[in-house]
Design a protein around this ligand. Structure first.
Ligand code: GCV
Length: 759
């Protein structure tokens, strides 16, 4: 009877395997979709023999989470649930989870090796017929367990394992730009996953899944609310809700942080001022911080956007960034918290025709180097403008030698196609992480300077952040492939030396299938997607020529109008006239290049050595300038836009050929979105080329496909608004940063952009 039952269970499970490609799959399991492995697969036998049981010595909520995950993975992939026991003796075929003073560590003589791996690192080793997953802390063990599961998900052998891992950054943090009413600034996947309207009574099961997904890629921190912050988040009513979320994330090693509104002492504290040098204000923050820690004992600290895009800050009181940041640092210091102070500032000097937004963060922050408290870290966007499809690395990286800096990437695709376009961002982030700043000589890459490898920041933490792309859409991120950006942010935060191809390959296998006929073409498509999007939106160093209402389609025709901030308008960035196009940031222009170290400064200052993919970011270039391939700039621009569009058509073909290799639900969803992507790439290519053509009067090379739309139609094409989608019925909240919306103007072309010779 027992055998009969066993046979029936196995039969059902085998049936599931056979049907898995046909099953509906809404993508909600992310990279934790443990697909069944056929018993006929040689690896099935190997895995089944290796994970018969789980043994651990010290029981903690985090160890329990590791056990639960491994059991779930084995049950789903292998049809067998390993027994778990608290014991110091493991039967052969066990996975032994051990940390701290657990006996397995001394019996394997692993203590010394482990000591070098820090609190999140781990060691996975095959010995005595078992697999040992060892860490200094239970968190290390959890990360190691997810690594072990990943090996099975990607069909790697578990024989003779000897793996050591240690994360590059201490804090690997997501920033949710999520509001109280559950709208999400620059979010394209539905309302916020944080159900403030339902908490603390109703607790979504998604919180735990969010924690699992993050732990699986090594993300260990999260800021729950928008940097355009509502002070209500630190009132008791909301702290009670935040506490529930923090309690659920804690076993998975994800620490909670909050964004602050600098004016909170006035707006919720009833004080007359928020001046950071006022004794009453300082005491208010100390008391408030103590209160926060009474709810969340491992609270991570604060993220602050101050004096930027209308947010309050110390400058409102004639004080400095240092005054503001150090006041908050003093409040969190006794509890081991940190302050992440953003350098996204760009005070406009509209009267100065040489004003350059790219220079502002450096100008405002460099004078303070060495003055910030040791638990302050400055959060700096990867590029000097604003998360554009391609920008050079921000000049501040490496420049501040006595202050830790953290890179802020944007996982949500504000300027990269929202959740409509397939754009895999790892290659873009790698450009920044791998870029040599030469700050401390060659090899001072973006990663190295922020890891603290070039200037050791005594006492300071290292960190890296990504603006989250999650929402309540079934697949979490709106576009299935946008999941890969969340995934790769975590993987690169753990190890910036991983390759984009390696991460893509893992993600595809874990998310869809190990079928090589699927993995290889999809990996190629993902790797080509960023360059394609740059080409059909803003090639050759063009930047910020998006429609200002929503940052989706082209807005290249938007003009600077009296009363509008020039640096919110595309014309400010492209500066096109009948003779030339581009932004002169050389020493003869705004001199932004001088904020870089040599030889990067000279490379960018010289039009001949500037990489052509950043040409118009640094130079104002005549339309008839000869590119390295012999084409004129204008012809090359036409080619690049066409190349980008053609690539999207190739993506459609690639995808269509894969029908049947994965479930129909995700296949159709992606197929539909790829169609939209091509449509919108046409909008971009035709729109930008026709607009520039209306200025330079040059023909589009005759061998290239002709525009199929009139400029007028394209300029009035429906503009997609930022989907700051709130829960139904909740009051709509617009992004709190003013958007400077400028209606498309009609041709004729703009007058030449004012150029002032430098003194
Ligand atoms: C959260 C850009 C975005 C804003 C965002 C801001 C920031 O300007 O468009 O929505 O505000 O960056 O990073 O603070």
């Amino acid at each position: 009877m027992k055998n009969l039952l066993k046979g029936a269970v196995t039969g059902v499970w085998l049936l599931l395997i056979g049907m898995s490609a046909a099953f509906a799959n809404d993508g909600s399991k992310l990279w934790l979709d443990y697909q069944p492995i056929a018993a006929s697969d040689a690896l099935h036998g190997e895995y089944a023999a290796a994970v018969k049981a789980i043994s651990y010595q010290t029981s903690t909520p985090t160890i329990a989470a590791a056990v639960e995950e491994l059991q779930l993975a084995a049950r789903t992939m292998l049809g067998q649930t390993p027994t778990a026991a608290r014991s110091t003796r493991a039967a052969a075929g066990s996975v032994v989870l051990a940390f701290g003073r657990d006996r397995a560590i001394s019996s394997l003589k692993a203590a010394k090796e482990l000591a070098a791996l820090g609190k999140d690192g781990y060691l996975i080793r095959t010995a005595n017929g078992n697999i040992y997953v060892l860490g200094n802390t239970d968190k290390g063990v959890l990360y190691g367990t997810f690594h072990l599961i990943r090996l099975m998900q990607t069909r790697r052998s578990l024989a003779a394992l000897d793996i050591t891992e240690k994360p590059a950054f201490d804090v690997r943090i997501l920033n949710h730009w999520d509001n109280l009413n559950r709208s999400s600034e620059r979010g394209y996947a539905g309302p916020s996953i944080w159900e403030w309207d339902k908490l603390p009574d109703t607790v979504s099961t998604r919180y735990k899944d969010y924690a699992r997904a993050n732990a699986a890629v090594g993300i260990n921190a999260t800021v729950l609310n928008n940097v355009n912050a509502n002070a209500a988040f630190i009132t008791p009513e909301y702290l009670e809700k935040v506490k529930i979320v923090a309690d659920i994330l804690r076993p998975y090693g994800v620490r909670v942080y909050l964004s602050l509104n600098f004016n909170a002492p006035v707006s919720i504290g009833g004080l007359a001022t928020s001046d950071p040098l006022d004794a009453g204000v300082r005491q208010w923050w100390k008391d408030k911080t103590k209160e926060i820690y009474s709810y969340i004992p491992d609270f991570g600290g604060f993220l602050v956007k101050a004096n930027s895009e209308g947010q309050p800050g110390p400058q409102d009181y004639g004080r400095s960034h240092v005054d503001g940041a150090n006041m908050l640092a003093a409040a969190v210091k006794p509890f081991g918290g940190i302050v992440m102070w953003r350098a996204f500032v760009y005070t406009v000097d509209a009267g100065d025709p040489m004003y350059d937004r790219a220079k502002q963060a450096y100008l405002e922050f460099m004078p303070f180097d060495g003055q910030f408290a040791d638990n302050v870290i400055i959060q700096v966007k990867n590029g000097p403008i604003d998360f554009q499809p391609r920008e050079p690395i921000t000049s501040l990286f490496g420049a501040m030698t006595k202050t830790p800096l953290m890179i802020e990437f944007q996982v949500t695709q504000e300027y990269l196609g929202h959740s409509i376009q397939l754009v895999y961002l790892a290659p873009m982030w790698k450009e920044v992480l791998d870029q040599d700043t030469y700050a401390g000589g060659p090899g001072s890459t973006g990663a190295a300077v922020t890891e603290g490898k070039v200037y050791p920041f005594a006492g300071g933490v290292s960190a890296i952040s990504g603006v989250a792309n999650t929402g309540t859409d079934a697949n979490w991120t709106g576009h299935i492939f946008a999941q890969s950006n969340w995934y790769s942010f975590g993987r690169l935060a753990w190890n910036p030396e991983l390759t984009s191809a390696g991460i893509a390959g893992e993600w595809i296998r874990m998310t869809f299938t190990n079928d090589p006929g699927f993995v290889a073409p999809v990996e190629q498509m993902m790797l080509a997607s960023h360059e394609a999007s740059v080409n059909y939106m803003q090639p050759l160093g063009l930047h910020h020529i998006f429609a200002s209402s929503g940052h989706y389609g082209p807005g290249v025709w938007e003009r600077i109008r009296p009363g509008t901030r020039p640096d919110w308008v595309p014309e400010y960035y492209h500066r096109a006239d009948s003779l030339a196009v581009g932004f002169d940031r050389t020493v003869k222009g705004t001199d932004y290049v001088s904020q870089y170290f040599s030889p990067l400064k000279e490379t960018y200052n010289n039009i001949e050595t500037t990489p052509e993919n950043m040409l118009l970011f640094f130079h104002r270039v005549p339309w008839d300038y000869r590119m390295k391939n012999g084409r004129t700039l204008w012809d090359e621009m036409c080619y690049k836009y066409t190349e980008g569009l053609d690539a999207t058509r190739e993506f459609q073909k690639t995808w269509d050929r894969l029908e049947g290799r994965i479930d129909a639900e995700r296949f159709k969803e992606v197929q539909y979105k790829l169609r939209e992507q091509t449509r919108d790439a046409i909008w971009w290519r035709d729109g930008v080329l026709l607009y520039f053509q209306s200025i330079n009067k040059l023909p589009i090379p005759y061998e290239l496909e002709r525009p199929i739309n009139s400029l007028e139609v394209l300029m009035n094409h429906r503009q997609r608004m930022s989907s700051t989608s709130a829960v139904p019925g909740a009051p709509r909240v617009e992004p709190t940063s003013p958007m400077g919306i400028v209606q498309p103007s009609r041709i004729p072309p703009p007058p030449p952009f004012p150029q002032r010779p430098r003194q």
